[in-house]
Ligand binder design. Structure first.
Ligand code: PGA
Length: 250
């Protein structure tokens, strides 16, 4: 079976003291044994340096929440892929629905961000997902396919190096999880789209995100095309995040 990836998305939460305690609790909770899944935490950019130190040689991989579409230059406030790389960042979220919604990130911009990450040797976790209105209008497939198509189009043969995260917008932070069957249905659509683009689609990871908790993780993660989770709220409390990890089928 493909190894799952459980990635925490801390969003704009925490502070130095709380974050250090969280990382240390995760490391202690995971122990020294082999994990059933790969684990990452996507932290606010200002905490990358400290988190890198706290993580040390642990099995938890460092992730960021955004990357500039540009390599360098006069882009005040932006952070380049190369800068992230200097702090040992292995994964970066791109196109999270909160970035698409509050920062007007278009499919084209998301695609350029994914490209920058790949150029810098960082795995982009490309987020796609429909709003409630789009789902109710029967447009789920059309929306997620359009969002992923842009990234496939611009990233050619490197596409097999990305991770995709299906995050229905209506399930993020709302406590409303897509049922495992609803999520699997969309994951299968995304897998088919990847298969048309690369011979390596079967080994690519498609994560589910949106109110994943210890209570629903096992069912979601047992679906054939759900290869891990992108976890927001439940990643901020070590027992909850560790319980999701423990729910990963070995
Ligand atoms: P949630 O967030 O788990 O709090 O719903 C997921 C995400 O936005 O990545």
């Amino acid at each position: 079976m493909k190894r799952k990836l459980i990635a925490g998305n801390w969003k704009m939460n925490g502070g130095l003291v709380a974050n250090e305690a969280l990382v240390k609790a995760l490391i202690a909770g995971m122990g020294t044994g082999t994990q059933a899944a790969d684990v990452a935490v996507c932290v606010p950019a200002v905490y990358l340096a400290s988190t890198q130190l706290w993580l040390g040689a642990s099995a938890i991989q460092l992730g960021a929440q955004d990357v500039s579409q540009h390599a360098s230059g006069a882009f005040t406030g932006e952070i380049s892929g190369q800068m992230l790389k200097e702090f040992g960042v292995r994964h970066v979220l791109v196109g999270h629905s909160e970035r698409r919604q509050y920062h007007a990130e278009s499919d084209a911009v998301v695609s350029l961000k994914a490209k920058q990450a790949l150029v810098c040797g960082i795995t982009p976790i490309v987020c796609v997902g429909e709003t409630l209105a789009e789902r109710e209008a029967g447009k789920t497939e059309e929306v997620v396919k359009r969002q992923l198509a842009a990234v496939i189009h611009d990233n050619g043969h490197c596409i097999s190096e990305i991770v995709v995260a299906y995050e229905p917008v209506w399930a993020i932070g709302t406590g409303k999880t897509a049922s495992a069957e609803q999520a699997q249905q969309v994951h299968a659509v995304l897998r088919a789209q990847l298969k048309a683009a690369t011979a390596h689609a079967d080994r690519m990871r498609i994560l589910y995100g949106g109110s994943m908790t210890a209570a629903n993780a096992a069912h979601l993660l047992s679906q054939p095309d759900i290869d891990g989770g992108l976890v927001g709220g439940a990643s901020l409390k070590s027992p909850d995040f560790l319980a999701i990890l423990a729910a990963c089928p070995c």
